[in-house]
Structures are given as structure tokens and as C-alpha cells.
Design a protein around this ligand. Structure first.
Ligand code: ZN
Length: 251
């Protein structure tokens, strides 16, 4: 619970002071209700989730298992910064950037993978784009990004956006992840420009397809059961670790 601290020398009637405290408690509590966005209610797997380390989570998402709807402060900050950047770039430089473009990435059986991409900068001939995804992160992630180390999940997400843009008829040279500091100053930001490689996107999609195919034969419960979960996965804490963990998933 947040701290409500009263200062000032002029004494206020006790009942009204209690009322003021209660009002403050209410507005703080209500922020949590704002965490729940339309996006968090989405059941289909999202582009940002395809490359999750936890393959059990990926399988559960593909199986359209109802997800726990929850939010948190840090993603809320991220969403707010995204909104402000979209508005700012859209108002000032509308000709130079595609913002929040809806991308249709892939369809396979019941899977329809689509989502919106934060931005793509239009360069030279107007057909070529550099895709960009904002990540609002803490210092440890920035430090890693500065060394060129990024999560597979981000890497795959960026490639899938590139693939989506390519299907719109654009030429994609790079897919960038712009890591912006949640603390600190803008000078601490790191942009990782990844050279676009379509095969990464295709491979990630092929993995989803094989899970979908397997589920047709053995059912989703069995597929989910067989997928290794990441050791640190909070969503999977309630699942027993299976012995099917592969070496790649451990590194
Ligand atoms: Zn998981």
C-alpha cells in the first residue's frame, strides 16, 4: 500500500482529514484498474509473445487458454511512454514514420498472428523501412543492450515485425529495438539495430506451426505438458517441471 503522509501546521477537522486521506487512498488504488487494457484482454498469441523463453507459455497461448488478466506498474509506464511517443512523432513528423501500423504476420489453421508495430522509419526511396520497437526498461537491460545482448523474445518479435512490413510490400533493412531508460536520462538510451533476416521469422513461425500440428494429434493438454517451461517463469510456477527440457531452453 502506498504511503499517505500529511504535513502542514494548520490543523484540519479530523473527519475531513480522514476523508482527504481516504480520497487519496482511493485514487492510488484506482491506478491499478487502469493497468487492464484492451490489449491485456486479447486471447490470441501476440507478436511479442512468439519468442518467449517459456515454451509452455507459448503453447498455452496458442491453445487459447484463458489468461489471467493482470497488470503492473512497469508495463503501465511503458504503455504511457509508447502513447506519448506515438502522439509526438505523429504530430511532428507524420511523413517520415509509420506509427502503430497494424501488421498481419501469419495465418495457419486457427492461428492469426497480427499486431501493431510501434514505428517504422521511411528511408530513401519511400519504400524501404527501418522498423522500430520501443522498450522502456531498467538499468540491467540497458547494460546488456549496450553490449548487443538482447532477449530472444525481443529479437524474434522485431524480426516478425520486419516480416509483416515485408508482406505489405516494403523493403526492410533493419529491425531496431530502442531501449529507453525507465530511470536515468535519455542519453542512457540504447538502440540495437538488428540486420533483418527473414529466416528467423520463418523459423519462429514454423515452431508455432509444429505445436499446432502436434495438438491436432495429441491434444493441447499433452502439447502444453511436453513443452519445457523457463525456470524463472512466474506464469508457470503452478505447473510441475517436466523432464522434457531441452538444452537450448536452458541457456
Ligand atoms: Zn511459462
Amino acid at each position: 500500500m502506498a504511503t499517505i503522509k500529511i504535513i502542514g501546521d494548520t490543523v484540519v477537522d479530523a473527519t475531513r482529514e480522514e476523508l482527504a486521506v481516504h480520497t487519496a487512498e482511493t485514487w492510488i488504488k484506482r491506478i491499478e484498474e487502469l493497468f487492464i487494457s484492451e490489449r491485456s484482454k486479447q486471447i490470441q498469441i501476440g507478436i511479442s509473445e512468439v519468442g518467449m523463453d517459456c515454451r509452455k507459455c507459448v503453447a498455452r497461448k496458442l491453445a487459447l487458454t484463458p489468461r489471467m488478466i493482470d497488470g503492473a506498474w512497469k508495463p503501465f509506464i511503458g504503455t504511457a511512454v509508447h502513447d506519448a511517443l506515438e502522439r509526438g512523432f505523429g504530430e511532428r513528423w507524420p511523413e517520415e514514420y509509420n506509427l502503430e501500423r497494424r501488421l498481419f504476420v501469419h495465418e495457419y489453421k486457427d492461428l492469426k498472428l497480427s499486431g501493431s508495430c510501434d514505428m517504422a522509419a521511411i528511408i530513401d526511396d519511400g519504400k524501404t523501412v527501418v522498423v522500430n520497437d520501443w522498450k522502456i526498461v531498467g538499468n540491467p537491460v540497458l547494460a546488456k543492450a549496450r553490449k548487443g545482448e538482447i532477449k530472444d523474445q525481443y529479437y524474434i518479435q522485431a524480426m516478425l515485425y520486419g516480416y509483416g512490413y515485408e508482406q505489405l510490400g516494403n523493403e526492410v533493412t533493419h529491425v531496431a529495438l530502442s531501449f529507453l531508460p525507465r530511470e536515468g536520462e535519455l542519453k542512457d538510451a540504447v538502440v540495437v539495430l538488428v540486420r533483418y533476416d527473414k529466416t528467423i521469422a520463418i523459423q519462429a513461425l514454423a515452431q508455432l506451426e509444429s505445436m499446432i500440428d502436434a495438438a491436432e494429434i495429441v491434444g493441447w493438454d499433452a502439447v502444453i505438458e511436453k513443452q519445457p517451461k523457463a525456470s524463472f517463469c512466474f506464469s508457470c510456477k503452478r505447473y510441475e517441471q517436466t523432464d522434457s527440457m531441452t538444452i537450448e531452453s536452458m541457456i
